[in-house]
Design a protein around this ligand. Structure first.
Ligand SMILES: C[S@@+](CC[C@H](N)C(=O)[O-])C[C@H]1O[C@@H](n2cnc3c(N)ncnc32)[C@H](O)[C@@H]1O
Length: 228
């Protein structure tokens, strides 16, 4: 490694690598630093379910399932449950079959559109009523899908739980790798936080623990209700 290389070169190489990575043989696109933060979020919120918007090829759904299963042993959590939504779930089911033939016992792939106002109802039908959800928004990274995810899925998170809006890096000029990257994640978060539902949430920039993240401004925590 060239420690004298400019920081942007480092970012470019890391961003390129993360789209060419895998977990247990299944393609997955996440920085290790962000995965490590997710472990902290699962641990401190005692999440036992993940709602993932944007499955792609399934590696992240498998990773979340395995982390819920491993960490949940320490507090006797119920069996892990991952509900993962994509416009097309076939690429993920093929790859999951190859790694874990029993994946469908704990991972539910939902073919659907984040923009569909009925999607939250469909997702809810796959969850235990008492599920403690971590919500991960990793779909199209444009304003409309980010907004729809926040409106439709924030309510699944308990007080003190987390909703992570991924890839706010698309809205930071220095972090954009190409002109065809989408835009609109950070404006959607800002607008939603400024509305009535957003008042219940805080941005946890302190959880960008490792200096590099694809999700600047995206680690959102639901406030604990003041019962005084
Ligand atoms: C960045 S990839 C997800 C990567 C995956 N979560 C991972 O970490 O490996 C984004 C996915 O979102 C899906 N997507 C895009 N727009 C969507 C929408 N409106 N509703 C549901 N899924 C969408 C795409 O089909 C694509 O598979």
């Amino acid at each position: 490694m060239d420690y004298g290389a400019p920081l942007r070169d480092y970012w470019i190489s890391r961003a390129a690598k993360h789209t060419d990575d895998s977990y247990a043989g299944v393609p997955q696109s996440k920085f290790p630093e962000d995965l490590r933060v997710y472990e902290h979020l699962i641990w401190c919120s005692r999440a036992d379910a993940v709602i993932e918007l944007g499955t792609h090829r399934g590696g992240s759904a498998l990773w979340f399932r395995d982390r819920l299963a491993s960490l949940g042993k320490y507090w006797s959590a119920p069996p892990p449950s991952v509900i993962s939504v994509d416009l097309d779930t076939a690429p993920a089911s093929e790859r999951l079959d190859a790694t874990d033939p029993a994946w469908s016992e704990s991972i539910t792939l939902v073919r659907g559109d984040v923009l569909d106002p009925d999607l939250p109802r469909q997702v809810a039908s796959f969850l235990r009523p008492d599920a403690r959800c971590l919500v991960v928004e990793d779909a199209a990274h444009v304003y409309e899908t980010t907004w729809a995810a926040l409106v439709g899925f924030a309510g699944f998170v308990e007080p003190a739980g987390f909703l992570v809006v991924e890839d706010g890096c698309v809205d930071i000029e220095e972090l954009r790798l190409s002109d065809d990257w989408p835009r609109g994640v950070l404006p959607a978060i800002r607008d939603w936080l400024g509305g009535p539902a957003g008042k219940e949430w805080i941005v946890r920039e302190d959880l960008q623990l490792y200096g590099v993240t694809c999700h600047p401004g995206g680690y959102l925590q639901r406030r604990v209700r003041d019962t005084r």
